[in-house]
Ligand binder design. Structure first.
Ligand code: JCZ
Length: 260
């Protein structure tokens, strides 16, 4: 997969040289380039921002450097009068924004199947809207929010998205089985995990996990997933699973025991 990132803080992405994604890049699974937006300015001060039309606090990112940066990365714009190669083809262009659609595991899976992603990191009060409007006509533009909270710029959001997407690219995570048992992959939160020692500071590992009974372990883990999801993320549960009384009867004893 090819990934391009445009930012006024390219150094921010230095961490992508290390760890799992660093290895994936060395192995040739991810071809990643970071571009400094200021390289696409032409004034002495490398200006990327200006005051907002209509007034208001803060500064807005000027469209020209974004236009030049994206022109240098994206396939050529269609000539006037020529049928556009279209909004449904070419790289996916992602702008992090608190006003975007929510990033999810499903979106990460979808984007992991793309050959080319381009991320535009805004700063200040955001990017001139015409940048999004112009490039929406030349590719597949998506405004994406990490969640309902405000960051100072798109960089942290892009880092999170690249980590979530990158690990789903075939070959990046050594053991692909570890991908399917995680929180969100089956729509539920993960069950709690334990390792040795079996007893630590007076706390024992749940005996079922030491039983060797794989059926009982699977049932217990499923029960814990449902219990956790119901407690902290009931919004994730399908309507037919939201009701505690619909749990398999085999688990009812454990539930009474732990909840009192
Ligand atoms: C640019 N401020 C881009 C994204 N989920 C989320 N929260 N905040 C952002 C975000 C904030 C920004 C910019 C300037 C994204």
């Amino acid at each position: 997969m090819r990934i391009d990132i445009i930012s006024i803080f390219p150094e921010f992405f230095g961490v992508l040289d290390i760890s799992l994604l660093g290895r994936a890049r060395q192995a040739g699974l991810i071809d990643l380039a970071v571009h400094n937006l200021r390289d696409f300015t032409h004034d002495r001060h490398s200006t990327v921002d200006d005051t907002p039309y209509g007034g208001g606090a803060g500064m807005v990112m000027k469209p020209e450097p974004w236009g030049e940066a994206l022109d240098s990365i994206l396939p050529a714009a269609p000539e006037p009068g020529v049928m556009p190669t279209g909004a449904g083809t070419g790289p996916v262009l992602i702008f992090p924004s608190p006003a975007g659609e929510q990033f999810t595991q499903a979106m990460a899976r979808e984007l992991a199947a793309e050959p080319h992603l381009v991320f535009g990191c805004g700063r200040y009060e955001g990017i001139d809207q015409r940048v999004v409007d112009h490039f929406a006509g030349r590719g597949r533009v998506r405004l994406v929010s990490l969640g309902d909270y405000v960051l100072n710029g798109g960089e942290v959001a892009v880092m999170a998205m690249i980590e979530a997407i990158g690990r789903l690219i075939p070959g990046v995570v050594g053991n692909p089985e570890s991908l399917v048992e995680e929180s969100h992959e089956d729509g539920l939160l993960e069950y709690p995990s334990y390792t040795k020692p079996a007893s630590w500071r007076g706390l024992d590992v749940p005996p079922v996990l030491l039983s060797g009974n794989h059926g009982a372990i699977a049932t217990w883990r499923r029960e814990k997933q449902l219990e956790r999801t119901r407690a902290v993320r009931p919004d994730l549960l399908p309507a037919d699973m939201a009701d505690a009384e619909l749990l398999p009867p085999a688990n009812s004893k454990a539930r009474r025991g732990s909840r009192g």
